[in-house]
Design a binder for this molecule. Structure first.
Ligand SMILES: CC(C)(COP(=O)(O)OP(=O)(O)OC[C@H]1O[C@@H](n2cnc3c(N)ncnc32)[C@H](O)[C@@H]1OP(=O)(O)O)[C@@H](O)C(=O)NCCC(=O)NCCS
Length: 192
């Protein structure tokens, strides 16, 4: 259990099955991307140490849900940034490195599936505490090389939170969301 930084009343802890309905409630109230009960249960059973909730006086006010993946996609482990046109090693170097990465190396990466804090509890450091603890657990328990996530291009609050944590925009996925909005893939490969 942890106390979140600026709001000492919020406790950050691992979720359990009894929390799923409250997490679903927070999700429904804060995000258009909603999941079915079985998905939360699956994530909890598989990566319970990375499924965290923020609790204040017995109520769940926020959560973060993550998973760990193996990938050969150099963007997802921070080797390549599709939004940086010309890196120092030049275009050919990037292509060669990408091909090499694709065929030879598989990297373990953390994936933030969803994070949310109820509106009335925002800007108190709770989102930061959830993300901070999740990244710490991903690194300590799975040895991930990087952490990535998708975020709506218009979600300035979340983008600002991620940038504060050292995530960088690395790719745009056109029409990623059901309503047609694009997503940024943001990646943090400096895990300290
Ligand atoms: C994104 C979210 C989880 C942040 O939670 P939070 O508890 O408010 O975050 P914090 O208080 O820890 O804020 C951390 C940083 O995020 C950024 N941030 C958060 N809210 C912001 C806002 N309204 N405007 C500008 N920056 C904001 C700031 O950089 C802030 O740092 P600062 O307080 O030092 O300026 C919250 O806004 C949320 O639940 N949004 C709706 C769900 C969502 O969009 N989830 C992300 C999907 S990808």
């Amino acid at each position: 259990m942890l106390d979140s930084g600026r709001n000492l009343q919020a406790t950050i802890r691992c979720a359990n099955e009894g929390d799923i309905s409250s997490v679903m409630e927070v999700n429904m109230r804060t995000l258009p991307e909603n999941y079915w009960y079985g998905f939360y249960k699956y994530v909890l059973e598989r990566w319970g140490d990375l499924f965290l909730v923020a609790e204040i006086k017995g109520s769940i006010v926020g959560y973060i849900m993550n998973r760990v993946e193996d990938t050969r996609d150099p963007v997802l482990y921070g080797r390549r940034n599709e939004l940086v046109k010309y890196e120092r090693r030049g275009k050919l170097g990037i292509i060669v490195k990408s091909i090499k990465s694709t065929f030879l190396e598989s990297h373990k990466v953390g994936h933030v599936i969803s994070i949310a804090v109820l509106l009335e509890y925002r800007k108190k450091g709770i989102g930061s505490s959830l993300l901070d603890e999740a990244i710490r657990q991903m690194k300590a328990n799975y040895g991930v090389d990087a952490v990535y996530l998708e975020v709506r291009v218009s979600n300035y609050d979340a983008i600002s939170l991620y940038e504060k944590f050292g995530f960088r925009k690395a790719r745009v996925i056109r029409s990623y969301y059901r309503d047609g909005e694009d997503a940024y893939v943001m990646v943090k490969d400096d895990l300290g």
